[in-house]
Design a protein around this ligand. Structure first.
Ligand code: HEM
Ligand code: HEM
Length: 186
């Protein structure tokens, strides 16, 4: 039996898998909330959705930092030997880009909110400090930063998911399976 929590040479452990899928679900919720914020009429309902978006986003930031910390002490299983050097490099670059994005996006959202002058977004009771000064110019800057970073995440994550499916259905290797908690192999 392998230790279930840590990564092994053959598979991701439960902690890495848990972080991965929990953050995937929360990010999908974030995109749905952003779309709902756009669609909804009524200031009060809109404000509630924006507050939820910020709260979930700050939770993602917290989880992403914990995940990164865990990752530094838990090497992932090596990529299959049949992948060429450039494919391995592309996979690694993609993974680090994704790590960067799940940290940079909430930070840009936080900076955007600070510049806009809104705090009070941890389900109410906890206020986050402002990380940039209040002001219209900074607000516009971080609004567009948040937007292009999320656009980039959408593109990279779709490419990443397609690559995982390609491994599973075309290459028929274990790359997707070893990220799934239901799959157990020594
Ligand atoms: C990984 C986490 C996050 C994701 C994936 C995400 C995603 C998005 C997306 C897709 C939009 C719509 C952008 C557009 O096309 O205009 C948006 C808007 C926004 N986000 Fe985030 N976000 C995240 C975290 C945060 C955080 C932590 C905050 C603030 C603390 C935040 C604050 C905002 C605000 C204020 C808007 C504008 C909402 C409006 O239309 O009024 N976001 N976010
Ligand atoms: C917002 C969406 C996503 C983000 C931010 C994300 C992020 C990441 C990151 C950072 C890694 C590297 C893990 C590490 O080296 O510690 C990873 C690995 C992985 N992801 Fe995702 N992911 C997302 C969506 C998906 C989806 C939808 C799938 C499946 C279709 C998927 C399948 C995988 C697989 C199979 C691996 C392991 C690759 C390997 O063995 O090297 N991911 N993901």
């Amino acid at each position: 039996m392998r230790a279930p929590f840590r990564n092994t040479e053959r598979a991701y452990g439960l902690v890495s898998q848990g972080f991965h899928w929990l953050i995937v679900v929360l990010i999908i919720v974030q995109f749905i909330w952003a779309w709902r914020i756009d669609e909804i009429d009524g200031l009060r309902d809109r404000l509630e959705l924006v507050t939820q978006h910020k709260t979930i986003g700050m939770t993602i930031l917290f989880l992403a930092l914990l995940r990164l910390f865990w990752r530094l002490f838990n090497r992932p299983p090596p990529l299959p030997a049949h992948m060429s050097r450039w494919e391995q490099n592309a996979a690694h670059a993609g993974h680090w880009l994704l790590y960067g994005l799940i940290i940079a996006i909430p930070l840009s959202g936080w900076a955007y909110s600070s510049a806009a002058g809104y705090g009070d977004y941890w389900w109410g009771p906890i206020d986050f400090p402002s990380i940039v000064a209040k002001g219209e110019e900074l607000e516009e800057l971080f609004e567009s930063t948040h937007e292009w970073l999320t656009d980039t995440l959408a593109i990279v994550a779709i490419g990443h998911a397609l690559a995982a499916l390609h491994h599973h259905f075309w290459r028929k290797d274990d790359v997707l399976k070893r990220m799934l908690p239901i799959w157990r192999k020594e």
